[in-house]
Design a protein around this ligand. Structure first.
Ligand code: ASP
Length: 452
């Protein structure tokens, strides 16, 4: 830190970022509720307020690929030898699978004990079917599930290898392809003489700093953006009566997700030996964004910034574990799939035995790996889970989706928060196990006021 920069007072540091975001969210909810009551309020919010939220999400997505490129390349080139990379990769994938199995088990236990499906009357089922039977969004989810389940057993690996890197980078959905390319490139970089590798390393090092600064700048608008996003969610939400009819189901998913957060905090306390409350506080801006955007992919740049700069995970670990986690580790989504599948079976009177529940565990685990980190992806994979059980007629699956569709958005917000928290927790565990959990090194957007 230069003297110069300490001497100049920094503006706007008074209220911590997470509080500013929470205030933005609360005001957005209030604004949305008021606008829902006013004539024309809904269209005003959609036309004039929501775009500010969408711009913010676009900005985050805009820097996701450059950030993965720069950060992962720097991470790998800092490793010095490849064997360490194997350790990071192997450990994180194993822990990811472990936490996902815990999540699905919590979901299945909660739904079997609480039995929310038992409380759904025929009348509710009929209303939901009427409301959603011709819903084009449900039809879209079926089409997406159809194309996913048609792919062959090795297609997951096949799809990971791009034939054109610019093609892969031009699609935010192809994150794993970009990660594959960068790992391949980074390992090759380690294998050439240091003096030849240096310019490339320096370039990506600088790029990484720049992109992280872009995250800081984008985050300045986070409180306003979450205001816009929450207002849009509230004005587009369902009639409270429908939400109330599904309260037991929503409550079961929410309880399961809460238990999952408690499990993460336990891991942070016992395995990482860090204060869980401190962890929550440092990660909270990323969690709040996951909640408002319902997309772990859009949240990724902020998750990376928080985990590296505010929690102290070294780049060698975070630059691999977090982007991979955003794509393949979705504990909240798989927990939700367990609850939703059993809930639908309970409501429609389909009997599920122990083996069916094991099928749910396995398919929800695969689904968590295959789900895109975007809003509503969990519901697409739920269709595949329901089909794998083999006890539902195709129209029963449609009825099942119709039944839970109304509450998908709020549950998506909650499960995305858990997805992001899970990725951050695993990155801490892997970092701790490899001695790569250091001191936080917070950087702010105006650390160099001499340029302002
Ligand atoms: N929206 C979730 C995510 O991005 C995926 C899902 O559960 O629908 O993490």
């Amino acid at each position: 830190m230069s003297k110069n920069h300490q001497a100049i007072p920094k503006k706007g540091r008074g209220i911590p970022l997470h509080w500013k975001i929470i205030i933005g969210m609360i005001l957005g909810i209030i604004f949305g509720v008021v606008m829902s009551q006013i004539d024309g309020g809904k269209s005003f919010t959609i036309n004039w307020v929501k775009p500010w939220g969408s711009i913010f999400i676009n900005l985050l997505k805009l820097i996701a690929i450059p950030l993965i490129l720069a950060s992962l390349l720097k991470g790998i080139s800092d490793l010095k030898d490849i064997s360490k990379f194997k350790k990071i990769g192997g450990r994180s994938i194993l822990i990811y699978i472990g936490t996902t199995i815990v999540a699905i088990t919590i979901g299945l236990l909660a739904v079997n004990i609480i039995e929310p499906g038992g409380g759904v009357g025929q009348e509710t089922i009929d209303t939901m079917i009427e409301n959603y039977s011709n819903n084009p969004d449900i039809a879209k989810k079926f089409a997406a599930a159809d194309s996913q389940s048609k792919s062959g057993p090795l297609s997951f690996i096949e799809n990971m290898i791009p034939s054109n890197i610019f093609g892969a980078m031009s699609e935010n959905g192809n994150m794993l392809q970009v990660i594959f390319f960068v790992i391949f490139f980074g390992i090759s970089l380690l294998l050439i003489p240091d003096e030849k590798a240096k310019p490339i390393k320096d370039f990506f090092d600088a790029l990484n700093e720049v992109v992280l600064k872009m995250v800081d700048l984008i985050m300045l608008s986070a409180p306003v953006a979450v205001f816009a996003l929450m207002a849009a969610v509230v004005v587009s939400s369902e009639d409270p009566e429908i939400l109330w009819a599904l309260i037991q189901y929503t409550g079961t998913v929410a309880l399961g997700l809460l238990l999952m957060i408690v499990f993460y905090l336990f891991l942070v306390g016992f395995f990482v030996k860090k204060n869980p409350i401190w962890f929550l506080k440092e990660l909270s801006p990323a969690q709040l964004l996951a909640f408002t955007t319902s997309s772990s992919a859009a949240t990724l740049p902020v998750t990376m910034e928080r985990v590296e700069e505010h929690i102290g995970v070294e780049k060698e670990v975070s630059s691999f574990v977090l982007p991979v986690g955003a794509t393949i580790n979705m504990d909240g989504t798989s927990l939700y799939q367990g609850v939703a599948a059993v809930f639908i079976a309970q409501a429609l009177g389909v009997d599920l035995d122990f083996m069916d529940q094991i099928t749910i565990v396995l398919t929800a685990l695969m689904a968590s790996i295959g789900s895109a980190a975007v809003p509503g992806a969990g519901m697409v994979m739920l269709i595949i889970v329901l089909q794998a059980i083999g006890k539902f007629e195709p129209e029963q699956i449609g009825i099942g989706l119709a039944l839970i569709f109304a509450v998908d958005r709020p549950l998506d917000m909650l499960r995305t928060t858990v997805n992001v928290t899970g990725d951050a927790t695993v990155s801490m565990i892997v970092a701790k196990s490899l001695g790569k959990l250091g001191k936080p090194k917070v950087k702010n957007w105006d650390d160099h006021p001499e340029h302002l």
